[in-house]
Ligand binder design. Structure first.
Ligand code: SF4
Length: 460
């Protein structure tokens, strides 16, 4: 198919990236902003950037994603985009009436050096921000980092603006959510409720990007973290960030600003990462782990035990974001599978160090790479040299799957050619069962398809 000319021979590259395993910073900023109730994201740049970001989110979440743009022309590209942004803020509050405008920059506005802080303050001074309305902002130059960096930067922008401290802590735990699906955020809230923890979760895209069809269009669906909750998060007794890449900087900022101590844990994907998440939640919220949570854990352990023989030794290739990949690799190891190839376009040395720790003993032959040259082209070359039994990653893996006839589990962002990812959680113990069910279904389908008639089994 499209990748049939990928050569098997791997040559050292110094600059060229082919099919990167990441996307653009502002997409992450836009997604995080949508987790605030009544918020309209605003892209400070050209219309093309905004259209691309909106369409990527719309294709993944199958929901209309609204966002405004500064609509740069040649003039704004040369003389700066201040005039466009001031007009946009005025128009947006007048016409679309959001409670919050969340501005992120783009490559172009960063390159010309527009100062979002100064422009937002000017908008306030000029009376373009109505009383009780808010303008927040973050910098998202897409020539560094990835969509994960953009998400993390918008979380910092949220923390910079909203939380306030009265000096008196209350019995509430902030759950700072990494980049997960709306259904995952809902699942985390369900688990926290089962444990009797009083929490504020932000951002929260449940009931925003998986809103029900009611027959009436609502520009601002009922979901999202409310402004009063965001302000109150400054008085919480602690924060638990799940997903280090996405949440750590915001958690540090909140501690420095409002003296809210924090802990960071992995996204609760799979058995051990969910155990750590539940224990951290129990400790920080000062609640006990109820029987109902232990029962869910037991169900996941039971499925693992029942089907381990189908999983043992299976070679897996994965790509995506560090926050998802690290607990997923750990889960695959718990299933006695072999995560042999891992790539992520998100840069930074931390990821390789974490994977080294997880894989060096159990899968010494594993190859992993992150950053600019860690792309789908390299992944395809590795697979051509020594195949795998399963692919796990976003939709961009479908070409490798088709070319090499390898079962493919879609996980991560973006998924543009299947449904269900935003409705069914993959976090928590129940999410672990869903991941397992999907993996087993794919491996068993392949076994059925490849079996000679003499060993084609009804009972598996
Ligand atoms: S990479 Fe830069 S120019 Fe391209 S869509 Fe993203 S923000 Fe716009």
């Amino acid at each position: 198919m499209l990748l049939r000319h990928t050569p098997k021979e791997i040559k050292e590259r110094s600059a060229l990236t082919v099919n990167p395993a990441k996307t653009c910073q502002p997409i992450g900023a836009m997604y995080a902003a949508l987790g605030i109730h009544g918020c309209l994201p605003h892209s400070h740049g050209s219309q093309g950037c905004c259209s691309y970001h909106r369409s990527t989110l719309t294709r993944h979440y199958k929901e209309p994603v609204m966002a405004a743009t500064s609509s740069f022309t040649e003039g704004s590209s040369v003389f700066g985009g201040q005039a466009n942004l001031l007009t946009a803020i005025n128009n947006i509050f007048t016409i679309y009436e959001p409670d919050v405008i969340a501005i992120h920059s783009t490559c172009l506005s960063e390159t010309i050096g527009d100062d979002l802080k100064q422009i937002s303050e000017k908008a306030k001074e000029e009376g373009k921000v109505p009383l009780g309305k808010h303008v927040i902002y973050c910098n998202t130059p897409s020539y560094v980092g990835s969509h994960v960096t953009g998400y993390a930067n918008m979380l910092k922008g949220i923390v910079d603006y909203f939380p306030e401290s009265t000096g008196k802590k209350v019995d509430c735990l902030n759950l700072i959510s990494g980049w997960v699906e709306p259904a995952d955020m809902r699942e985390v809230k369900r688990m926290a409720k089962m444990m009797g923890a009083n929490t504020i979760i932000f951002p929260d895209t449940s009931d925003v990007l998986d809103a029900p069809q009611t027959g009436r269009y609502t520009m601002y669906p009922k979901g999202g973290t409310s402004i009063s909750e965001l302000i109150a998060s400054g008085n919480s007794k602690a924060s638990l960030g799940f997903g280090e890449w996405a949440t750590k900087d915001a958690a540090i900022k909140l501690e420095n600003k409002c003296k809210v101590p924090f802990e960071i844990t992995d996204l609760p994907i799979g058995l051990c990462a969910t155990d750590r998440f539940v224990q951290a939640l129990s400790k920080l919220a000062e609640v006990t782990i109820p029987e109902s949570i232990t029962t869910e854990r037991g169900r996941l352990v039971d499925v693992i035990t029942d089907y381990q023989q189908y999983l043992y030794g299976k070679r897996v290739a994965l790509w995506g974001d560090p926050d998802q990949l690290i607990p997923l690799v750990e889960f695959l190891l718990d299933l006695d599978m072999k995560p042999v190839y891992i790539v992520s376009g998100t840069p930074g040395k931390k990821m390789a160090a974490k994977l080294e720790k997880l894989l060096s003993e159990k899968v010494p032959e594993a190859r992993y790479k992150n950053g600019e040259l860690a792309d789908m082209f390299l992944m395809h070359q590795w697979i051509k040299n020594e195949p795998v039994d399963l692919l796990i990653g976003n939709s961009y893996g479908k070409y490798i799957s088709r070319d090499e006839n390898i079962p493919f589990l879609r996980m991560g962002f973006p998924i543009m050619d299947r449904v269900g990812h935003s409705y069914f959680p993959t976090v928590g113990y129940m999410g672990g069962i869903r991941i397992l069910e999907k993996i087993l279904g794919l491996l068993m389908d392949k076994q059925d398809a490849d079996s000679p008639e003499t060993s084609f089994e009804l009972v598996m």
